[in-house]
Design a binder for this molecule. Structure first.
Ligand SMILES: [Cu+2]
Length: 148
């Protein structure tokens, strides 16, 4: 009986914590990965889920990594002949709306690693610095793997 009371207490606590998001953006980044590729491939793409559990939108505005000479924010799009192309995102930034999640995935948005300086072998890990307009810098780890 006592146990049930305690459980109820915690459920109430959790519920109240969830119903009032913290002021400002609350950014978390998960599942950061890139596909394995040899060094002679000059570019690679990084994918991830970016979640904002806060009450205000934020924007991913740039990124950098020691594994890349240059990093750009890209989107994939369909070319006239049906093939896929990619280009820098419109406006140069990716919006993460309040309470929203943006998925960077194969065939969609991605962080483009240009002028790669290393082989990307399965199991390698590289730090990636993401810069958000409001949140500022967030350093995450890219895990090199086959498509999960
Ligand atoms: Cu790209």
């Amino acid at each position: 009986m006592k146990k049930i009371l305690w459980m109820t207490f915690f459920v109430v606590l959790l519920t109240s914590a969830c119903s009032s998001p913290a002021a400002g953006p609350q950014i978390t980044v998960e599942g950061v990965w890139g596909r394995n590729s040899p060094k002679m491939a000059s570019a690679g793409a990084f994918y991830m889920q970016i979640k904002n559990s806060g009450s205000e939108a934020d924007h991913l505005i740039s990124a950098s990594s020691e594994a890349c000479g240059n990093v750009e924010l890209h989107e994939s799009y369909m070319l006239e002949d049906g093939a896929m192309g990619m280009r820098p995102v419109e406006g140069g930034m990716i919006e993460i709306s309040a309470g929203g999640t943006v998925e960077l995935k194969v065939g969609g948005l991605h962080v483009m690693c240009l002028d790669k300086v290393a082989d990307f072998e399965i199991g390698d890990k590289y730090p990636l610095t993401l810069v958000f307009e409001t949140t500022g810098e967030k350093i995450v780890e890219v895990s090199i793997q086959e498509e999960p």
